[in-house]
Design a protein around this ligand. Structure first.
Ligand SMILES: [Zn+2]
Length: 118
């Protein structure tokens, strides 16, 4: 879910105190389908912190199909996560831990099937 201005219907992420249209916090949280495209990404080969994720892993900026302008920093998981391309379609694929869940994303299967064709 992401906040959307109840007046101008503009999506916001991260949530702020108000909307540029002049409304001051009259946001409604709306569900999105969890589908988007890769706006940018980087593959990390060296751990930032010893306690962090084991490299290599991919950090991506995903733009949502049904929430224009919303871009979420996330991790790519699953097949092909180490070889993404800008513009690839992704789908929400949550990573569940014992204490919390992260909104990670996986490449759409169409992209993976397309790679196998000559
Ligand atoms: Zn607004």
């Amino acid at each position: 879910m992401f906040p959307r201005c109840a007046s101008c219907r503009r999506w916001h992420w991260y949530p702020g105190p108000g909307c540029p249209c002049g409304h001051d916090g009259d946001f409604e949280w709306r569900a999105v389908r969890g589908r988007g495209v890769i706006h940018s990404f980087t593959v990390v080969y060296r751990a930032f912190l010893p306690s962090g994720s084991a490299p290599p892993y991919t950090v991506a900026l995903v733009e949502f199909e049904d929430a224009p302008g919303v871009r979420l920093v996330t991790n790519l998981v699953g097949e092909g996560a180490d070889t993404p391309r800008i513009g690839d379609q992704v789908v929400l694929s949550p990573t569940v831990f014992e204490t919390h869940t992260l909104p990670t994303f996986a490449l759409e299967r169409d992209r993976l099937i397309g790679e196998r064709q000559p």
